[in-house]
Design a protein around this ligand. Sequence first.
Ligand code: ADP
Ligand code: MG
Length: 238
Amino acid sequence: MATLDLNAISKSFGTAKVLHNISLAIEDKEFVVFVGPSGCGKSTLLRIIAGLEEATSGEIIIEGKDVSKAHPVDRGISMVFQSYALYPHLTVFENIAFPLRVQKISGSELNDRVGRAAEILQLTDKLQLKPGQLSGGQRQRVAIGRSIVRNPKVFLFDEPLSNLDAALRGDMRVELSQLHRQLDATMVYVTHDQVEAMTMADRIVVLNAGRVEQFGSPMELYHHPATKFVASFIGQPN
Ligand code: ADP
Ligand code: MG
């Protein structure tokens, strides 16, 4: 059984149809990258999975359960926002703990869950600092920590590295791949960067103008592009 099933998802904003009948089955513990040019609908699709946006039609199934109408907090999904979404006046500890406080989790359970996230992300000695005292990479890790504490079944990332400089971006790609192995979690990662997609993904979804052009492994896309668009986007002549 797939962990995350998208069943004929379509989305219109007014008269503009931005997602066309998207069906995908994402397996347990996969690292799947949605890649495509700016405006092709990547963020909209991710927001629909997270429950921050409603699909015009179609269903979202998590571990066999239809969550299309469920509240974002009840979907077993967590979206990692870019690091600038941290609370500047709160410590690293409180930034990571924030989703647990919202869920009224406190005491030793809260301490344990924040402590474990901090350990995984190597932030244990930074917990009393404020975000302004951290490097860009450390701030991004705090943003990821806020997702880890919720123990989601599926992590969603929307271009989490786009604000970082090239060197840090390279480091964070490696860190995120390690994190994926360490957490043994299902991850869906959005980027417009082909290199990021090719180096990080188990499988890649190539989106173009709200449609799936191809869903396959980096090697399949490279050697057997299904369409001219995939061939030119991935960088191999068809
Ligand atoms: P991407 O993340 O791939 O760059 P988006 O999902 O942000 O693309 O946007 C896909 C299309 O939907 C774009 O044409 C965008 O202008 C449009 N769009 C996104 N959000 C809204 C909205 N809230 N209202 C109207 N149009 C939107
Ligand atoms: Mg986007």
